[in-house]
Design a protein around this ligand. Structure first.
Ligand code: NDP
Length: 309
């Protein structure tokens, strides 16, 4: 049984930042990278809104930099997935890839959230080439172009209004005949002249060529009548799934299955377990906010460990 002081689960900006801080505090963190090493950002193209990169940087390069920075101070970054964990007693017991057993004094959970996609083959083919699940990250690349947003919730409305300020035209593709978003958000959409809401529409295929997305083939929910729209960006805003399933109910979650933390801290319902990044944040979901919360988790963790002595 391996004994670890601080175990960090997940390797996006939150996990790596927590690793930088805890390794500099001599806590010898072990980081398990999880299913998607580097996290969601590795699936985006260029990141232009992370402070400190005036020329922008690709998501993969930034994650590689954060990882190296953590390793420089001694963080032990490993491939592997947490398949079992027992938070009922301390030290916590964890199993990696069904075999390697670890006892951890403290745990930082930073497993992120995964954007939901429609599940179309053509959508997967053009991911990063016009298909995106983050308007704030990728909207700028479609300046003065036509784009579409799928979804009828607050995120879809917010993203559509944001894109409308950059793009020439935004189609909002809504599968029902109403928006689920708050009234205020709906009003913003209806009052934005370059947003066209296509109620009762679904996507059959994302269309494109070797340069990326060129359009989308839609069909009407009732009549099944098909129509094509010409667009260069296809944005999904149909929700996120926080990656909390592996916790198997051992931490308190909110109704959307995000980890609940004591407001203003990273403290979860189990003492000694801290949460950082999108796995506890249904609202902001930015690299910079995730990194900031990774720092908070590391500081909370360090102070908590100190108090145990
Ligand atoms: P929601 O779950 O609220 O909305 C998802 C939307 O996507 C719904 O309109 C849903 O349609 C649609 N959808 C889901 N699956 C599909 C599919 N396969 N095909 C087409 N459409 C689909 O998610 P959000 O991300 O919008 O919001 C999450 C939470 O965060 C909410 O509580 C929201 O209020 C909150 N939020 C608040 C904001 C704010 O206050 N500023 C900003 C952003 C989010 P249908 O209605 O038919 O189910």
């Amino acid at each position: 049984m391996e004994k670890v002081k601080v175990l960090i689960i997940g390797s996006g900006p939150a996990g790596y930042t927590a690793a930088i801080y805890t390794s500099r505090a001599n806590l010898s963190p072990v980081v398990y990278e999880g299913i998607e090493p580097g996290g969601q950002l590795t699936t985006t193209t260029e990141i232009e809104n992370f402070p400190g990169y005036p020329e922008g940087i690709t998501g993969s390069a930034m994650m590689e930099d954060l990882k190296k920075q953590a390793q420089r101070f001694g963080a032990d970054v490993r491939r592997g997935i947490i398949t079992d964990l027992d938070l009922s007693q301390r030290p916590f017991k964890v199993k990696v890839d069904h075999e390697h057993e670890i006892e951890a004094e403290a745990i930082i959970v930073s497993t992120g959230a995964s954007a939901k996609y429609l599940g179309l083959e053509s959508e997967a083919k053009f991911r990063g080439m016009g298909v995106s699940a983050c308007a704030t990250c990728d909207g700028f690349f479609y300046r003065k172009k036509d784009v579409a947003v799928v979804g009828g919730g607050d995120t879809a409305c917010e993203e559509a209004t944001y894109l409308a300020s950059i793009c020439r035209k935004v189609y909002l593709i809504v599968r029902k005949n109403y928006l689920r978003a708050s009234k205020a958000m709906q009003e913003r959409v209806f009052n934005t002249p370059n947003i066209e809401v296509l109620f009762e529409h679904n996507t059959k295929e994302v269309l494109g060529d070797e340069n990326g997305v060129t359009g989308a083939l839609l069909y009407h929910s009732e009549t099944k009548e098909e129509r094509t729209i010409d667009i260069m960006g296809f944005f999904l805003a149909i929700g996120h799934n926080p990656n909390t399933e592996f916790l198997k109910g051992q931490l308190e979650l909110d109704e959307q299955k995000y980890i609940k933390v004591v407001p203003g801290t990273s403290k979860t319902s189990v003492e000694g377990v801290f949460a950082a990044g999108d796995v506890k944040d249904p609202h902001y979901r930015q690299a910079i906010t995730a990194a900031g919360s990774g720092c908070i988790a590391a500081l909370d963790c360090e102070r908590w460990l100190l108090a145990q002595k």
